[in-house]
Write a protein that binds this ligand. Structure first.
Ligand code: SAH
Length: 351
């Protein structure tokens, strides 16, 4: 993003009103600008044709609309489309468009790279480059919607990055995207996926947003989980499940656990039984995902029979589980695979 120039797409209506008034303009102009930015997804001030030319120029002098240019687009036969976007400073992030029976869903990125260091994940291969601003997360939604020419009904924060490691910007994004004068996506149509930053989950619980909390669990015990996910060394499974339980009870919404199955790592019958012991009685759902092989990381996908057996054992134990339909095969739709940056970044040290 251009240094020193605030990105107007990340402004709330109140902030925009303040900015417009500070430029000596009537407050109602803010509503018009907000509509152009948030509902219509304008990419330049010139598009805002009912604004006087002088105001558009004035806006251009003081503000920017952070760029989010499409750098690549891959279409899978199942209709899933993966986008690579280039931001103002050259960083690249991915977004995925998926068509489900209940509506069109976009999966957005919230960081360029990631510092959580999960062993199986391509997004974190090169560490964290930087956080995305709220405007840059929103810009992905607008760009994809424009490109697809269809309305969006659901948003999932399951792209690159750890949303709760970019808490303020992600919350700002959620508020803007759910705004009735903007994209108007109801908060119940958001899912946020986290690797398990316990204090931030607790904080999110206090916001009472009504979104679906998705937690990347991927293991039934601390030995396996700490090996796969360094974050577990700081906040082990018992603490994570305790906060999830509070979240579920407080919101009366099931917490969704993501469990990617990797051959001979976390897919045994013993793992399934241990997971049942952990989750039985909790308001939750387990999403089983055949792990996406990431060659750089040496992880193989579990066989379909193993995935079925795992799902069966969870069900038998009374834990609600489904196998996620694998979309986007052949287009590198797994997290971070398309970007595969050559750049280095920061990793966080957990315990
Ligand atoms: N940082 C957040 C958001 C990322 S969401 C989180 O950890 O939840 C992306 C999801 O894809 C996470 O559940 C992540 O664990 C999962 N994932 C990453 N690499 C994967 C792979 N190779 N196979 C299957 N799932 C993977």
């Amino acid at each position: 993003m251009q240094q020193g120039m605030p990105d107007l797409l990340g402004f709330s209506l109140e902030e925009l009103t303040g900015a417009v008034v500070a430029l000596g303009q009537p407050g109602y102009r803010a509503k018009q600008i907000f509509h152009w930015l948030q509902a219509r997804g304008a990419r330049s001030f010139d598009e805002m044709t009912e604004l006087p030319r002088a105001l558009r120029e004035c806006l251009r002098e003081h503000y920017q609309l952070a760029p989010c240019e499409m750098a690549d687009k891959r279409v899978s036969p199942d209709g899933t489309v993966k986008f690579l976007f280039r931001l103002g400073d050259g960083e690249t992030v991915e977004s995925v468009w998926m068509r489900y029976s209940y509506g069109n869903t976009i999966c957005v990125s919230c960081q360029a790279g990631c510092r959580m260091g999960c062993a199986f994940c391509a997004s974190g291969l090169h560490g964290l480059r930087r956080n995305l601003s709220a405007g840059e997360i929103l810009a992905q939604c607008h760009a994809v919607r424009r490109e697809m020419g269809q309305p969006l009904s659901h948003i999932v924060l399951m792209g690159m990055g750890e949303p709760l490691d970019n808490y303020e910007n992600v919350l700002r994004f959620l508020r803007l995207a759910s705004c009735p004068e903007g994209l108007c996506i109801g908060q119940r149509r958001f899912s946020l996926s986290t690797c398990g930053l316990v204090p931030q989950i607790e904080r999110l619980r206090g916001e009472n947003l009504g979104l679906t909390l998705s937690v990347s669990l991927h293991a039934p015990n601390d030995v396996i989980r700490s090996r796969l996910m360094p974050v577990n060394r700081r906040w082990p499974i018992a603490e994570l499940l305790a906060v999830c339980k509070r979240y579920a009870e407080g919101s009366s919404r099931r917490v969704s656990f993501e469990y990617a199955l990797f051959r001979d790592v976390n897919d045994s019958a013993a793992c399934a039984r241990e997971l049942v012991q952990r989750l039985r009685g909790m308001l939750c759902h387990v999403n089983l995902i055949p792990g996406n092989p990431v060659p750089e990381r040496g992880f193989c996908r579990s066989t379909p029979e193993t995935v079925r057996r795992f799902a069966f054992l969870l069900g038998k134990g009374g834990v609600h589980a489904t196998v996620r339909r694998s979309l986007g095969c052949g287009i590198d739709a797994a997290c971070g695979q398309l970007r595969n940056s050559r750049l280095g970044g920061e990793h966080i040290e957990f315990g």
